[in-house]
Design a protein around this ligand. Structure first.
Ligand SMILES: *Cc1c(COP(=O)(O)O)cnc(C)c1O
Length: 219
């Protein structure tokens, strides 16, 4: 069996029920992504619109597509037309653009808010102290549906050091839920990557974004 297919099947076998896998496919070829699909991947995460467009003709709609990269305003229209869910809404301005293009296409776009959980300068994502307010504003936009939160976490030496950041994001999700905003759910918490997914799952992740463990070291 192909190593990627094997890695994927093995990873999925160890993933607890209720947690879904996003194959983080940046810089991977279509055949690599298809090998992961053969191993059971149902969701592809892409950071770059162009890379998604390049492999889309071969991968198609047999998977769901999550946008997990930094949103650029001039790409949002095309992101909305290709992707099934945007994990990285980080400002009201970007949320409004997603909503507008989705509405124009007669759709409602499921989104997550990306949280800059360590409040790092120059990093994308809404600051923890502004997340509830952004959720409340996004709830008023007719072309999107807020379904949860996503975070990357800071660079750390040991995955266990990410625990407080994952915990903070889960608490923010609870705070947002407590607002009972119309149409808003917090059922999805996208947290954890190859080195940190187990800690993230222990802290309530329902979606883990995995690249290296499936595909091998980054090209
Ligand atoms: C690359 C990437 C991942 C996966 O990282 P690995 O360490 O290779 O598992 C997850 N999320 C985002 C946003 C990424 O860019």
């Amino acid at each position: 069996m192909n190593a990627i297919t094997e890695n994927t099947a093995g990873f999925l076998a160890g993933l607890p029920a209720g947690v879904s896998l996003v194959a983080a496919a940046k810089h991977r070829r279509a055949d690599e992504v298809l090998a992961a699909v053969a191993g059971g991947v149902r969701i592809i995460g892409e950071n770059y619109l162009q890379e998604a467009q390049a492999i889309y003709p071969r991968v198609g709609r047999r998977v769901r597509w999550h946008f997990i990269g930094r949103l650029q305003k001039n790409k949002i229209a095309k992101i909305v037309s290709l992707f099934d869910l945007v994990e990285t809404v980080d400002s009201l301005e970007n949320a409004a653009l997603v909503s507008r293009y989705a509405q124009a296409a007669g759709r409602v776009m499921p989104v997550l808010l990306a949280v800059n959980s360590a409040g790092e300068p120059r990093k994308s994502g809404v600051l923890p102290g502004e997340a509830v307010e952004l959720a409340a504003a996004a709830a008023c936009l007719p072309g999107l549906r807020l379904e949860g939160l996503m975070t990357m976490g800071p660079r750390v030496d040991e995955p266990g050091q990410l625990r407080p950041y994952f915990r903070l994001v889960r608490r923010l999700a609870r705070d947002i839920e407590a607002r009972r905003l119309p149409g808003v759910s917090m059922e999805t918490l996208s947290m954890g990557m190859s080195d940190s997914w187990a800690v993230a799952v222990a802290e309530g992740a329902t979606l883990v974004r995995i690249g290296t463990l499936l595909f091998g070291p980054r090209p």
